[in-house]
Design a protein around this ligand. Structure first.
Ligand code: ZN
Length: 354
């Protein structure tokens, strides 16, 4: 009974959705920025699927945060997320929030499980024409993004009666980005470059659907968070905290300054020799360090840039542009060897080819 009533409601809403989206797609000069709702699947007490040392909730958040950043860096869009940290959100909360905000489109990011392999995506069985358009814009672009990094099977465009597809009053698509319990898929999901390519594919699909023009996303840009699997190492004297709301992702690392070699390292896979802009992100606090040393392994030796972590928290801060050699290695260190007092903090880095 519930299903029938929900389907009737969906059918009634389909006409409203088309009318609401038309001004955006029509490209009126004065049109407001389109409202993109990103829904990282699961979170908090709901880990989602698990396998090969990975949890779905962390991967969906990593992809979604990068998707948000790529969208906002390249186009005039308004982005809202169902969560930006590791918190629990019910399915009803997510769709209620998107509906109340008046989102123009809804994209839910998930990781599959059950022993298959590859990428598939979903829309509602009786989805509106606009939702079909969104689905067809997203799927091939995500797939080609993934295939720029590794071999990925195309499982196709599918339909399903999922809550987030049924109860949203705007075009909605749910993506299942590889299988967490299949080793070859999990090995791709562990690569920062794959997470970034997947996020970029989502962004390009959204931009194509909304008819956004402007700068294309950079050829290579990768974010490594202190929680990115296999990409961050810190000794036992480093603590983990979620205290500051300015953190990137679920948490950040911190340590007291000391004259010792006990740096925290971000490992980055540089695709080709060239010049790259290196940015860092950290929460700020008056009690943090005023001269936190950041060491970069450039093709001309190591370079050190001090960052005042008392200010400018929660934003990307450029350390400069550096010549880097190709290869996968520990690239950027946050050192404890500071003569100033206050915690040194390691949260996230972004490396972009320029
Ligand atoms: Zn899921």
């Amino acid at each position: 009974m519930f299903g029938n009533s929900a389907m009737r409601r969906r059918a009634l809403l389909a006409g409203v959705v088309g009318a609401a989206v038309a001004p955006v797609l029509g490209g009126r000069a004065q049109a407001a920025a389109p409202k993109v709702y990103i829904d990282p699947g699961h979170g908090g007490s709901d880990s989602g699927a698990i396998g090969n040392g990975l949890q779905e909730k962390n991967l969906t958040l990593a992809i979604s945060l990068q998707l948000r950043d790529i969208l906002k860096a390249n186009w005039n869009v308004d982005v809202r997320m169902s969560r930006t940290t590791d918190i629990t959100r019910s399915l009803a909360w997510r769709t209620d929030d998107a509906n109340a905000w008046g989102a123009n489109i809804f994209v839910s990011v998930h990781i599959n499980s059950g022993g298959g392999t590859g990428f598939e995506s979903y829309r509602y069985p009786t989805a509106s024409a606009a939702a079909v358009n969104l689905h067809k814009a997203l799927h091939p672009r995500i797939l080609s993004g993934m295939r720029s990094v590794g071999t990925v099977t195309d499982r196709g465009l599918k339909t399903a009666n999922f809550h987030v597809l049924r109860e949203t009053r705007m075009p909605a698509v749910l993506t299942e980005n590889l299988f967490i319990d299949t080793l070859a898929d999990a090995n791709l999901l562990k690569r920062a470059a794959f997470i970034t390519a997947t996020a970029r594919g989502h962004a390009q699909g959204i931009a194509a659907h909304l008819g956004l023009t402007g700068v294309a996303p950079p050829a290579y840009s990768v974010i490594v968070d202190n929680s990115t699997a296999g990409r961050f190492t810190a000794g036992s004297n480093w603590g983990t905290s979620a205290y500051s709301s300015q953190r990137y992702g679920a948490d950040y690392h911190f340590a007291s300054p000391t004259p010792a070699s006990d740096a925290a390292w971000f490992k980055v896979d540089i695709p080709a020799a060239g010049n790259y802009r290196i940015e860092v992100r950290h929460p700020a606090d008056p009690g943090y360090n005023s001269t936190t040393p950041h060491v970069i392994v450039t093709s001309a030796g190591t370079r050190t840039v001090n960052v005042d972590q008392r200010v400018n928290g929660g934003v990307w801060r450029s350390l400069g542009t550096f010549g880097l050699a190709a290869g996968d290695r520990d690239l950027i260190a946050v050192s404890r060897w500071s003569s100033s007092s206050g915690y040194v903090v390691a949260d996230a880095v972004r490396v972009t080819r320029v």
